[in-house]
Every structure is written in structure tokens, then in C-alpha cells.
Design a protein around this ligand. Structure first.
Ligand SMILES: Nc1ccn([C@@H]2O[C@H](COP(=O)(O)OP(=O)(O)OP(=O)(O)O)[C@@H](O)[C@H]2O)c(=O)n1
Ligand SMILES: [Mg+2]
Length: 426
């Protein structure tokens, strides 16, 4: 494979913005001095350079250096700088903690050799161009010297200005190095692009050809990317493209996901700030689909339950008071009613109900019967008391929260009868 065309003179501009100046803490200054003293080059790399060029203060800074991990360790040890997180070392990353205050992740320039699409065997280099070449997207392949010089080998700045998302050099090679990059492509598309659906045909072709590579990527990594796509710009459009590229079955979705429903939900509710799971659930048909999704992506318990709730309750319920069915679900919940309220809110958003605000403002009413009242009526304490309260609560919810404590206590004999019969049948 021929090398892609790299710029002869990669130093394209000098940065001097407020955001750039704002990163120079005392600790960073000390770090820079140290590298200078020892004669090693150090630059900011990747995402932070992209953010700074867009006028955004980056969340975190990654540094790249010509020093090898051993050289860095010797230097920091000699200078009494503590290092943390020693398990990054095999990928070339050393993390000094300066003044016991600020950590810096510094990675030796490297070439990834012998990749299996998940893990890379690395070889260190002092050639900045080669390190840029192993990175995923042109906009993520730039370096920024601490004197403000921006180094751009693969026209990342031009692409950034054009809002173009492109792999560095050969897309297939970049994807095969780490198949998660397929999803990173879509994530950065949402973050940078202007048009919701203007991908380059060749890029999508390569994505399609390599979709099955996502099969071996861990659920946690996939979900981290997918979630950001679902929370970003053009989420509905991007999910449709992702499905069109044949990615669905490799990321826990059905073979032929419900894109009609996705399109409907995105059109009517895209502005409602849907939870990532809520939008994703529009692609699912059944509860079994939720189980499969959860098995693949290792969702949190809340996320799993939300997906299940959306699939079970998304068909609008008819009632003269449109919120009552949802209020009843909240009050009847066996645990965490506030979580159920959040889930029901998501269903209302999914359907773009006009009552979302009313429901969010609704306060979960307080159940009027207390344990003391039941004790006075001769109900024994402990586990059984809990069962009786739960049952009375159902009666109260079925009656739309209108019954008073006295009226509910009148229902007590009925409830006890029902429970006794249930017990007998067990
Ligand atoms: N699969 C990956 C992951 C990361 N990178 C490179 O490592 C840098 C840092 O990765 P990461 O922090 O994951 O992404 P950022 O681009 O910094 O984006 P974010 O702002 O979301 O952190 C990227 O810019 C890119 O150069 C890569 O080439 N391939
Ligand atoms: Mg980052």
C-alpha cells in the first residue's frame, strides 16, 4: 500500500488564541522546561489540537513525544517526579504527576505493527509523520507545539475547515487497525459535519465492507461510541446510515432494524433531547430484542430497564386524563418510582406528547396509609406488612389516587382475603 501524500512542510500556522493560552498551568510550564532540559520534543496531539483549532477548550490534553518510555522514566525518576498508571507503558504512555497536582498523559511516537483489529503491537519512532499516519481521521492527526506551531501532515486543517470527515490515507487500512474507528467516523461526523447525510461514497463503501469487524469489539467500547452518536447532531440520520451500512447485527441490533419507526420518532421527537436508549429503542421490535441488545452492549441496569419500558409502553394509552396511565405505572412500581417516572417521561418524549412538561412537574403523590395505621388494624409487621402495603397501593393507583386513608383501610379485609387466596394457590 502506497503512503498517502503528506505535506512537505507540515508547519502550517502559529496558534495564539485565548483557549491555547489558557492551558498553560504552572505544572505544564514545569513539564515543558523539563523536556527542553533533556532535549526531547513534546507536542499536544490528536483531539485537543482539533478542538483548539475550532476555538474549543479541550476536555483533556494528550501529549506526544520523541522520548521513549524508558527515557521518560529515567528523566522523571531523576527529577523526583512521581508517575502513575504504569500499565499504559506497553503502548508507550507514561503519566507523570507534576507538583502532586496535575497528570499528563505522554505517549511516545509510534507505528502500530501487527494489529488484529483490536490490539496493536507498537514500535516506537521519532518521525512525527509516521505517528500522524497511524491515527484515525485527518482532523485527529495534527500536532501542536507548545510554542503554538501547528503541524499538519495530512491536510486535517483543510478538512476541518471544509467540515470533512476522512480517514488518514487508506480508509480500509485505518479501519482494520481498529474496527471501532467505524463508529468513531460516525461520531465525529455528527460533531463536525454540516449536512446530516453527505458522506463520501468511497468511505461508506469501505465501512460496509468492514462492518463485520465490529463483531469482535467489546460491547463496552461499542456502547461508549454509540451513545455519543445517539446524543450528538444528526443522530437519527446517522443511525439510518449505520443500519444501511449493515452494521446493526454486529452491535446488538436486529438483523433488519425498524428504520421506519426510527425515522418517525426522529422526525417527530428529535428535538426532545431523547435519552440515547430511547432513540435506539425505536429500532427494536420486541422485548427479546432488548434482551439481545443488553447482552451485546452490557448496558447499565437503568438503560436496560429503560429500553424494556420504551418497547413495552410506547404505544399511546387511551385515557380521559392522558397522563393517568403513566402516573399509575409510576405509583405501582415495585421499586425506584423516580426511575419509572424518568422512563415514562422518555415514552412521552418518544411520542412527542404535548404533556411532557406537565408530567415532569407532576409530583409523585404520597401514599396515605402508614404502617402504624395497619398495625392498629392488626396487620403484623415485617415482610407481610410490605406485601399488604404494595397491594393497597395498587388499589389506590387503580382508583386514580382518590381514595383517602379511611377508604383504603375499608378495603383492607378484601386485600387480606386476596392475599390469603394467593398464598393457598402457591
Ligand atoms: N481508535 C482510535 C482512537 C484514538 N485515536 C487517536 O487518538 C487520539 C485521542 O483519542 P480519543 O481521546 O479517544 O479521541 P479524541 O479525538 O481526543 O476525541 P474526544 O474529544 O472525544 O476525546 C485521537 O484524536 C486520534 O488521533 C485513533 O487514531 N484511533
Ligand atoms: Mg481525547
Amino acid at each position: 500500500m502506497a503512503l498517502p501524500r503528506a505535506r512537505e512542510n507540515p508547519m502550517i500556522m502559529k496558534m495564539d488564541t485565548i483557549e491555547f493560552r489558557s492551558i498553560f498551568s504552572h505544572e505544564l510550564q514545569a513539564l515543558i522546561t523539563l523536556f527542553k532540559e533533556y532535549g526531547f520534543e513534546i507536542r499536544i496531539a490528536g483531539g485537543a489540537v482539533r478542538d483548539l483549532l475550532m476555538g474549543i477548550k479541550p476536555k483533556d490534553l494528550d501529549f506526544a513525544t520523541t522520548a521513549t518510555p524508558t527515557q521518560m522514566k529515567d528523566m522523571f525518576t531523576a527529577e523526583n517526579v512521581r508517575m502513575i498508571n504504569m500499565n499504559g507503558e506497553k503502548h508507550g504512555t507514561i503519566t507523570p504527576r507534576i507538583n502532586d497536582k496535575e497528570n499528563f498523559e505522554i505517549t511516545t511516537l509510534r507505528i502500530d505493527v501487527l494489529t488484529d483489529g483490536r490490539h496493536a503491537e507498537v514500535q516506537f519512532t521519532t518521525d512525527w509523520m509516521l505517528d500522524a499516519l497511524r491515527r484515525d481521521l485527518t482532523i485527529n492527526s495534527m500536532f501542536l507545539g507548545l510554542d503554538g506551531c501547528v503541524y499538519d501532515y495530512f491536510y486535517g486543517y483543510d478538512d476541518l475547515k471544509k467540515r470533512r470527515i476522512a480517514f488518514v490515507g487508506d480508509a480500509a487500512t485505518r479501519i482494520k487497525e481498529d474496527y471501532l474507528r467505524i463508529l468513531r467516523y460516525f461520531r465525529f461526523y455528527g460533531r463536525i459535519a454540516v449536512d446530516p447525510d453527505k458522506h463520501e461514497t468511497e468511505t461508506l463503501t469501505v465501512v460496509k465492507e468492514n462492518a463485520s469487524g465490529l463483531e469482535n469489539i467489546s460491547g463496552e467500547r461499542i456502547w461508549m461510541e454509540l451513545k455519543k452518536i445517539l446524543e450528538g447532531n444528526f443522530a437519527g440520520d446517522l443511525m439510518k446510515t449505520i443500519v444501511k451500512c449493515g452494521i446493526a447485527p454486529y452491535i446488538g441490533l436486529p438483523e433488519d432494524p425498524d428504520t421506519k419507526e426510527l425515522e418517525k420518532v426522529w422526525r417527530q421527537s428529535g428535538h426532545n433531547n431523547l435519552n440515547a436508549i430511547t432513540l435506539l429503542s425505536s429500532l427494536l421490535y420486541t422485548q427479546e430484542d432488548v434482551v439481545a441488545l443488553n447482552a451485546r452492549l452490557k448496558l447499565s441496569a437503568f438503560e436496560r430497564d429503560l429500553a424494556m419500558f420504551v418497547v413495552q409502553h410506547r404505544n399511546p394509552k387511551l385515557h380521559s386524563n392522558p397522563l393517568m396511565p403513566y402516573q399509575q405505572l409510576v405509583v405501582k412500581a415495585k421499586s425506584k418510582p423516580t426511575d419509572i417516572k424518568k422512563m415514562a417521561t422518555e415514552v412521552l418524549k418518544y411520542n412527542n406528547s404535548p404533556y411532557i412538561d406537565d408530567f415532569e412537574k407532576w409530583e409523585i403523590p404520597k401514599f396515605p396509609v402508614s404502617g402504624t395505621m395497619l398495625k392498629e388494624k392488626g396487620v403484623e409487621g415485617g415482610r407481610f406488612m410490605g406485601v399488604v402495603i404494595a397491594e393497597l397501593r395498587q388499589v389506590w393507583a387503580d382508583g386514580e389516587f382518590k381514595l383517602s386513608a379511611e377508604e383504603l383501610l375499608e378495603e383492607l379485609p378484601n386485600v387480606l382475603n386476596v392475599l390469603a387466596t394467593k398464598r393457598k394457590h402457591k
